[in-house]
Design a binder for this molecule. Structure first.
Ligand code: NAI
Ligand code: KIV
Length: 374
């Protein structure tokens, strides 16, 4: 059975590439979630990714306490296809057309393979986009905030493991030195953490050297003898096999959809390894973007909301311990409670029209507008 409210699949008018937008839930508000532009063996693998990623966004917003629903967009590139600047622009305009056709049910942002500059191109067609560059009125790159949020989650776990939130002297293995991973690795190195790192892109070894980290191959790193493994690349790194190989005491990181299957959370629990659900640890980027662009709070207040992920993780770990649950069960119950506390889906939420923001000079707190469903 399809769990999602709607899934749009279009062959891009210009690029002919498959553009997929999955809206999982608008129970809490209009849906949001990033645009992933990535290679897949088959476009249907991109569809599977979009379905899983959008469902995770619903939980992410619910646990973060934001009145936003879960969605995600994926453009599935065939293996080996590289996009030159013109073709990339075509793809982004195709994505913008699909988002515009959804009339405000979904707004996009950056994810793997996309950036604020890409959001600016989408913004030429539709207002339903966030994280555009700051000089174009957006909140800019989400990845530093995602890294700060993951750091906050790591602090809560460090307190559990070592009695202090400081990560100085702790050993961590960071998987993936992309925009979020490298930002997080730099924060950890600045605090005196002992780092092991990897990426499939061997050029990233330069960053490893710069950070004074130990480089491992992607195949070896999960079994590294460290305090905490930090997934910061793509999903499904935790399988029943890799869970058995782990030698760490916790797995906490910003990568979305880390579990290949939900039961891996139970395997980790049985091995006494703390796993913080990815949709909790990775929420910093959207917390900042929504706080800045929709709630119009100050940069300090947005940062404080991102740092509050530490309290959220503390509370989840407390609840899990008290109730004899895994942190995954505690988080998913919290999300379920918040989702079921909303009134039945009699109305569909949509993103406010950009003209509303323009009319209010962008200073007024903008609420999602509600549209009656037939
Ligand atoms: N950018 C953001 O604000 C947010 C990102 N995330 C998640 O964090 C993760 C990283 O995102 P970004 O840094 O933005 O993406 P990115 O595209 O900048 O970086 C991904 C990195 O992972 C590497 N990689 C891919 N497969 C790998 C593998 N098997 N082993 C090791 N390295 C591998 C890539 O070479 C690249 O350096 C993704 O799962 C994303 O969905 C989650 C929330 C927000
Ligand atoms: C950064 C946002 C847009 C996102 O998709 C996510 O949190 O996964």
């Amino acid at each position: 059975m399809l769990d999602h409210e709607q899934v749009a699949i279009h062959a891009g008018r210009r690029s002919r590439l498959p553009v997929i937008v999955a809206v999982h839930s608008t129970a809490l508000g209009p849906a949001a979630g990033g645009l992933r532009l990535w290679h897949y063996p088959d476009w249907r693998d991109g569809l599977t990714d979009a379905l899983r990623l959008s469902a995770a966004m619903t939980s992410k917003f619910a646990v973060a306490g934001l009145p936003i629903g879960g969605g995600k967009a994926v453009v599935a590139l065939p293996e080996g296809m590289e996009l030159d600047a013109d073709r990339r622009r075509d793809v982004l305009r195709d994505v913008a057309d699909v988002i515009a056709s959804l009339s405000g049910v979904y707004a996009t942002g950056p994810d793997v393979g996309t950036s604020p500059a890409d959001m600016a191109v989408i913004g030429e067609t539709t207002p339903h986009v966030f994280c555009k560059p700051t000089d174009l009125g957006g909140s800019g790159d989400s990845s530093p905030h995602t890294a700060q949020g993951a750091l906050a989650a790591l602090r809560a776990v460090s307190r559990r493991l070592h009695g202090t939130s400081s990560l100085g002297g702790r050993s961590l293995a960071v998987i993936g030195l992309g925009r979020v991973g490298v930002g997080l690795a730099r924060l950890l190195a600045a605090e005196g953490a002992v780092l092991t790192v990897t990426d499939i892109d061997l050029d990233k070894q330069k960053i490893s050297d710069e950070l004074g980290a130990v480089w491992r191959s992607p195949d070896e790193i999960l079994a590294a003898d460290v305090d905490i493994v930090v997934p910061a690349a793509l999903g499904s790194v935790l399988t029943s096999r890799t869970a058995a190989d782990l030698r760490c005491r916790a797995v906490v990181g910003p990568a979305n959809n880390q579990l290949a299957t939900p039961d891996v959370a139970d395997l980790l629990y049985q091995r006494d390894i703390i796993w913080v659900p990815d949709y909790v640890a990775s929420a910093g980027g959207v917390i900042n973007a929504i706080s800045a662009e929709l709630h119009r709070v100050s940069a300090d207040e947005a940062r404080a909301r991102v740092r509050a992920i530490e309290d959220t993780v503390d509370d989840l770990l407390d609840t899990a311990q008290r109730c004899g649950q895994t942190p995954a069960q505690a988080a998913s119950e919290l999300a379920r409670r918040r989702l079921s506390a909303t009134s039945p889906a009699k109305h569909r939420f949509t993103w406010p029209d950009a003209s509303l923001l323009a009319r209010t000079g962008g200073r007024q707190r903008v609420r999602a507008t509600r549209r009656s469903t037939p």
